[in-house]
Design a protein. Structure first.
Ligand code: PGA
Length: 259
């Protein structure tokens, strides 16, 4: 695990976006795993700037997103399909037909999940997976108590996730947040060749502490990344504030990145 401690979320977003831009330049047919939430928005903005400046093209890139709420169609303004279209896909030159988000309206959700895994496999697997982290340490919607080997499936949101998501989205109304989602599993996520996790703000400090310096545990599903050999954690000072070896990580990653 490489922990990149940045002064600001702007700096972290730029570094992470540069890592993705460089990878797409090297492999124009790269397969990306993408995430929703407030955290990656700035990074997506930086990726879009690189496209606008004609530094990179996503014309041949394929993407698979982490999760989607059960019961929301892609046209719903709180669905993750809608979020991706607005915050990234419309701003870069990716073909919409090359972007994939689980169908929250699927009649047979488990079948949908199995088919999604098969699609990813057929595409050769995910080259770079983008992740946020929940304040409870979840990745995608893999809440505490989820097996670290889990596969894409129907999952149940914790009250704390429902509260977090209502605060940022759903106009603050907890009762409107769906209680179930379709989500890539922890095991599925860990099969990505490279992982980029972003975390900003004091509200993520405990989750980052658990992810990086806690034991590997299903109580903090992000801790599964400890067993991944190319996982990058980009955080700001606040999210990194509880890390015991913060200064060591800062120096090590700066040296590796030539900062
Ligand atoms: P956030 O969500 O980026 O909106 O904080 C992250 C997550 O729950 O994975």
């Amino acid at each position: 695990m490489e922990i990149v401690v940045c002064k600001t979320k702007e700096e972290a977003s730029k570094l992470a976006a540069a890592m993705i831009t460089d990878a797409v330049k090297k492999n124009p047919k790269i397969v990306l795993g993408l995430a929703t939430g407030s955290t990656p928005v700035m990074m997506y903005g930086e990726m879009a700037k690189a496209v606008k400046a004609k530094k990179v093209s996503y014309k041949q890139v394929k993407s698979w997103n982490l999760d989607e709420y059960v019961g929301l169609p892609g046209t719903h303004d709180q669905s993750y399909r809608y979020f991706m279209n607005e915050n990234l896909f419309k701003k870069i030159d990716i073909k919409l037909s090359n972007t994939h988000v689980l169908n929250g309206m699927a009649k047979d959700p488990e079948k949908e999940c199995k088919a999604y895994e098969a699609q990813i496999k057929k595409a050769g697997g995910i080259d770079i997976q983008v992740l946020g982290i929940g304040s409870d340490g979840h990745i995608a919607f893999n809440e505490p108590g989820t097996s670290l080997n889990s596969r894409t499936s129907v999952v149940y949101l914790t009250p704390s996730t429902i509260k977090d998501n209502a605060r940022l989205f759903f106009k603050g109304k907890e009762k409107d947040v769906p209680t179930r989602a379709l989500s890539m599993g922890v095991g599925t996520i860990c099969e990505a060749k490279k992982i980029i996790l972003l975390a900003f703000g004091k509200g993520k400090a405990d989750a980052i502490k658990g992810c990086v310096e806690g034991g590997m545990s299903q109580f903090c599903t992000a801790s599964a990344l400890q067993a991944h050999n190319d996982a990058w954690i980009f955080c700001d000072e606040d999210a990194a504030s509880k890390l015991k070896l913060k200064e060591y990580y800062r120096w090590r990653s700066a040296t590796k990145l030539g900062k």
